[in-house]
Design a binder for this molecule. Sequence first.
Ligand SMILES: Nc1ncnc2c1ncn2[C@@H]1O[C@H](COP(=O)(O)OP(=O)(O)OP(=O)(O)O)[C@@H](O)[C@H]1O
Ligand SMILES: CC(=O)N[C@H]1[C@@H]2OC[C@@H](O2)[C@@H](O)[C@@H]1O[C@H](C)C(=O)O
Length: 355
Amino acid sequence: MAIENYNVIGVMSGTSLDGIDLALIIFHRLENHWQYQIKETKAVPYTEDWISRLKKAVDFSQEELEKLNKEYTLLLGNVISDFIAVNQLENLDGICSHGHTILHQPQNGFTLQIGNLPEIAKLTNQKVICDFRVQDVEYGGQGAPLVPIGDRFLFPEYDFCLNLGGFSNISFEQDGNRIAFDISPVNTVLNFYASLLGLEYDDKGTIARSGTVSESLLQELNTIDFYAQTYPKSLGYEFVKTIVLPMMEKHTISTADKLRTFVEHIAIQTSLAVPKKTGTILATGGGAYNVFLLERMAFHLPEMTFKVPDDKTVEYKEALIFALLGVLKLRNEVNVLASVTGAKHDHSSGKIFLP
Ligand SMILES: Nc1ncnc2c1ncn2[C@@H]1O[C@H](COP(=O)(O)OP(=O)(O)OP(=O)(O)O)[C@@H](O)[C@H]1O
Ligand SMILES: CC(=O)N[C@H]1[C@@H]2OC[C@@H](O2)[C@@H](O)[C@@H]1O[C@H](C)C(=O)O
């Protein structure tokens, strides 16, 4: 019985801008099946300065972006090195790092994740596998979402995997193919309105719960073109900045009412995204802690069972899956599914940098 083991660190910075997630993962590959253990984790919050720079970067010039990329690679290198030192890690097979998405316009042929410069391998003194999205866009794909292959390998017992991060996405099996797509913005928008009230986020959705749905805003949001499109499809911050926030800002209602309306919008779009209305949904990402959001989803999908895991999978599932994408790349195996991204074929994506 062939068992293969990998010791890797998964590193993820998501679009909610809460910080950098690191997870030490041990993978066991046993006769075509993957098993995992999340051994150590750390969430490193961004400073106010970094949050502001990463937010503004969507409007940066090429020169400013290059400078930011170098500085962010240095930040990631330091954060990863600290994680290795604190946990006294040795004999790692690699660091599998997503970087941070600044621009995402697959329709125009580009996506940019910073923090993926070759220096990262020197800074950490480790083999680094990174930049997983670019090749997919070059192959005509969306470059996102990339976690669905991990959903297939690591969470096959669930009918649906729902990620509630900066944006939400869903993945499921259909006729032997994995299907997945981004559903709607989630914490990118909720955090923006929470920040107007001086909060990092709307804890458990309490403020949204206190608000009232604006039917006119809700209707406008639900008729945005993106929702009528068929998959493959993915979202970037550009969508929030140019379409969603301007639409929300036209409505002179309270911030609590905006939060309430947007929660309803997410819940409705989620219910429309699932192809069948019964089964089990694995809900992960920080939005899974938004109790009110989950209540509204359950209202629109009354026969669905929502499962929020009670372990580190909720917060570290993306770091875990990018760790798997890196291992698959090291094995030269497919880590991006064309059925999900729309690329011309399945492929093994990512760059490998040696120290
Ligand atoms: N107790 C809570 N109540 C409500 N929302 C919460 C709570 N805890 C976390 N969140 C939300 O989750 C966000 C972090 O989610 P997560 O880490 O999944 O985002 P992400 O890594 O940026 O995701 P993605 O890569 O999918 O965009 C926070 O910014 C906050 O909006
Ligand atoms: C371009 C980009 O970074 N997209 C993120 C973002 O955050 C959530 C959603 O939009 C998803 O498409 C993707 O991240 C996850 C990890 C993915 O690729 O599966």
